[in-house]
Design a protein around this ligand. Structure first.
Ligand SMILES: [Zn+2]
Length: 98
């Protein structure tokens, strides 16, 4: 017997579990959908809507990501010339207010 079907079950099982977990459902259910339905199960996993909690988590994660990107940007103080995070309201070196 070729090992290919077993590898397929494992791949679809993990993919289903991952997608279900990301959308706020129990990963075990996603794994079973992936294993039993294969590619169709993957389509089902992708089509089911997120739970409210998962949608809020994704929103929160996106907001934190935007904050992180903003915090990584640098700006230069016009008074002392040192560079620091662009989200600072004042320069940490000379206390110059922006
Ligand atoms: Zn300064």
């Amino acid at each position: 017997m070729s090992p290919l079907p077993i590898i397929g079950w494992i791949v679809f099982g993990f993919a289903g579990a991952y997608i279900f977990a990301k959308k706020g459902y129990r990963p075990l259910v996603g794994a079973m959908v992936g294993v039993f339905l294969g590619p169709c199960g993957l389509v089902v996993s992708l089509l089911i809507p997120r739970t409210t909690a998962a949608a809020q988590d994704a929103e929160e994660s996106e907001r934190l990501n935007q904050e992180l990107i903003a915090a990584r940007k640098q700006k230069q103080c016009p008074k002392c010339g040192c560079t620091h995070s662009a989200i600072n309201a004042f320069c940490p070196s000379c206390m110059h207010q922006y």
